[in-house]
Design a protein around this ligand. Structure first.
Ligand code: PLP
Length: 380
């Protein structure tokens, strides 16, 4: 018997009650019963996005929702600046390029965040307001960096470009105040902090972005947000929704509401801090400095590690952690701690790492450091 321990940054573990909710018999998506459900989850999602804006729900991977966010607001030839610090920032840029935007990538070293200065300087050069869109990644899952979106949006200032944010691995785990921070388009997916199986994409859209949507000429049919908005006014969708996942969403929103957003953000911060202290105590170096560390995923530098931690965790404990992506392959491993995760999940990953390090002097060392963080920080 080898119980699976899923510690990757998505898909994440799903609470039993959310899985149970998916077992309900199908309902027709054009009936009253579905409309009521769709209204309830649409309004519930707004609370998690901290917005009064419309939030659209599409059956899709997060990447599909990112593609939708590009094709609905821009036209071929539009100038878009993508600030990127890793794989997912690069992907957002690539999507815009694929649809014919004139994309400029402003990149920083992987493991570091985008700074306000970089954003301010680039936009200050745009005297004629040629830039139509600015793309950010809130939490760069490939490196474990959390970008300070509030500060980055302030750096955009009153430039008329739309601000689009990939919040796939942060929303529901790290604070993101869509309205207060003035974010035009925020995108997330089901299978990260929202504790759902994969298969839903969520996009919030500001009034300014809706205006831009009217002039967008990039091709779209399935992803047409204007069509989806018309349907949403009647709590409907243009095409068949993923009904079972919507049942599940209702349950996960209930769990989120019961815990409360602030408590959820605090919990993620504590889990991240305890894991980082545990790793450091074991002589393993977090890839990102504390100051920019993600509350939802932690990357560990393994370039000087003598054992293949990821492989051994899988072999000995059936524990899944993630490897490095792209140029970080073989250099880091990544541990997900987002969504349905608690203190003992952090203890268990540290204990498992201690046991595969092949040095019995390390037994309990990482665990103890994490326990001390938990003791100091108190209950969630
Ligand atoms: C996971 C992730 C995505 C992609 O989500 P998929 O559902 O795999 O398409 C995009 N951006 C970020 C930051 C992510 O963490």
């Amino acid at each position: 018997m080898k119980k699976l321990h899923l510690r990757i940054p998505g898909p994440t573990e799903v609470p039993e009650s959310v899985l149970d909710a998916m077992q309900k018999p199908m309902v027709g998506h054009r009936g009253k019963e579905f409309e009521q459900l769709f209204q309830e989850v649409s309004e519930g999602l707004k609370k998690v996005f901290q917005t009064k804006n419309d939030v659209l729900i599409f059956p899709a991977a997060g990447t599909g929702a990112l593609e939708a966010a590009i094709v609905n607001f821009f036209s071929p030839g539009d100038k878009i600046v993508c600030f990127t610090c890793g794989v997912f920032g690069d992907r957002f840029a690539k999507i815009a390029e694929t649809f014919g935007a004139d994309v400029e990538r402003v990149a920083v070293e992987w493991g570091k965040p985008i700074t306000s200065d970089i954003v301010r300087e680039r936009l200050a050069k745009d005297k004629n307001n040629e830039i139509k869109g600015v793309l950010f990644t809130h939490n760069e899952t490939s490196t474990g960096v959390l970008n300070d979106i509030k500060a980055l949006r302030e750096a955009v200032g009153d430039h008329p470009a739309l601000t689009l944010v990939d919040a796939v691995s942060s929303l529901g785990g790290a604070d993101i105040k869509t309205d207060e921070w003035n974010l035009d388009v925020v995108v997330t997916g089901a299978q990260k902090a929202l504790m759902l199986p994969p298969g839903l994409g969520f996009i919030s859209i500001s009034p300014k972005a809706w205006e831009a949507a009217k002039n967008s000429k990039m091709p779209k049919f399935y992803w047409d947000f204007l069509d989806a908005k018309k349907r949403l006014e009647k709590w409907q969708t243009p095409y068949t929704p993923a009904v079972s996942l919507i049942f599940a969403l209702k349950e996960s929103l209930k769990i989120i509401e019961n815990e409360g957003l602030d408590n959820i953000f605090q919990r993620h911060l504590k889990l991240s801090k305890a894991l980082r202290e545990g790793l450091k105590a074991l002589g393993l170096k977090p890839f990102v400095e504390d100051e920019f560390a993600s509350p939802t995923v932690t990357a560990v530098d393994i370039s000087e590690c003598e054992v293949d931690v990821k492989k051994l965790l899988k072999k000995q404990f059936n524990m899944d952690i993630a490897g490095g992506q792209s140029k970080l392959k073989g250099k880091i491993v990544r541990i997900g701690h987002l969504g349905y995760v608690d203190e003992l999940d952090i203890i268990d990953v540290l204990a498992a790492i201690e046991m595969v390090m092949k040095d019995d002097k390390l037994y309990g060392v990482g665990v103890s450091a994490a326990q001390k963080v938990f003791a100091k920080e108190g209950d969630f």
